[in-house]
Design a protein around this ligand. Structure first.
Ligand SMILES: O=C(O)CCC(=O)C(=O)O
Length: 262
């Protein structure tokens, strides 16, 4: 495993079946410079944000809502998060199948992963606060950041939803913070080929440049996550295995209500 090899300059591969509408529906509340960029025309917003390295949004799909976030992390911050995960100890994902009390290795996802602490250090804190501002949520609504690593050729995460399914999952699933409202997948390193995040129902295979993120809403607008009609079924997605190179992402699940305790 190469942990901190330098990022390539290539543009990451992307297959969009639909043209990206230029607008964004976000109106983040009151954060000066960051939010000022949201009130400019999309073309200017992009240019200004690029010049100043401020994060900005591009809408990829309207329903369900899928966005790309540009300029979220610097290259150094991406490397820092990979290093933090490496130090924490990357391990295979374990699951506890329904009706059992035993952790077993998942067969539906073969990647390695590590959970970071909430607000673990300045870089993690800044990321958690920025995502809060962009999504009009609080950092406390987020689960801990999870760093995932997919090695060349083999590792994947099969099709799944990130939300808890009110029609299927037990009520306890919703006790801590309600349902998973938003998913943010921050690309720390993209594979040279393959490794896309695949949304089969939307006809989208997406990657992002390191430091950019994909973001999608698992729930419809103005809806309760315990209502079976509220979940966005078309957000079903998978992580395809890298064909060349390896892939690192940091995933943040943001809940409807505060998730962090204390
Ligand atoms: O790694 C990816 O592209 C997707 C990760 C993912 O699906 C998840 O963490 O829910």
């Amino acid at each position: 495993m190469v942990l901190l090899k330098s990022q390539t300059n290539k543009l990451t591969q992307e297959t969009l079946s639909k043209p990206a509408p230029p607008s964004t529906r976000f109106h983040p509340s009151s954060d000066d410079a960051l939010h000022a960029s949201f009130h400019q025309p999309p073309s200017l917003r992009g240019l200004e944000s690029l010049k100043s390295n401020l994060p900005y949004l591009e809408q990829i799909n309207a329903s369900p809502r899928v966005f790309r976030i540009r300029n979220l992390l610097t290259k150094q911050e991406c490397e820092h998060l990979m290093l933090l995960a490496f130090r924490k100890g990357l391990s295979k994902t374990m699951i506890m199948p329904y009706g059992t009390h035993k952790l077993v290795e998942s067969t539906t996802r073969t990647n390695d992963g590590a959970w970071l602490d909430f607000l673990q250090d300045d870089v993690v804190r800044r990321l958690e606060e920025t995502l809060g501002k962009l999504t009009k949520t609080t950092p406390q609504q987020g689960e801990n950041l999870q760093v995932l690593h997919y090695s060349n050729g083999a590792q994947f995460f099969q099709e799944h939803y990130d939300y808890f399914d009110p029609a299927r999952d037990p009520p306890e699933s919703f006790e801590q913070g309600g349902n998973r409202y938003i998913t943010v997948i921050v690309y720390l390193e993209a594979a040279l080929e393959g490794g896309e995040t695949h949304f089969p129902e939307l006809g989208l295979k997406l990657t992002a440049q390191p430091g950019d993120a994909l973001m999608f809403y698992n729930l419809k607008e103005h809806c309760s996550g315990t209502d079976p009609d509220c979940v966005e079924k078309k957000t079903i997605h998978a992580a395809l295995p890298p064909v060349r190179g390896e892939k690192w992402v940091a995933v943040k699940w943001i809940h409807e209500k505060p998730y962090q305790k204390g």
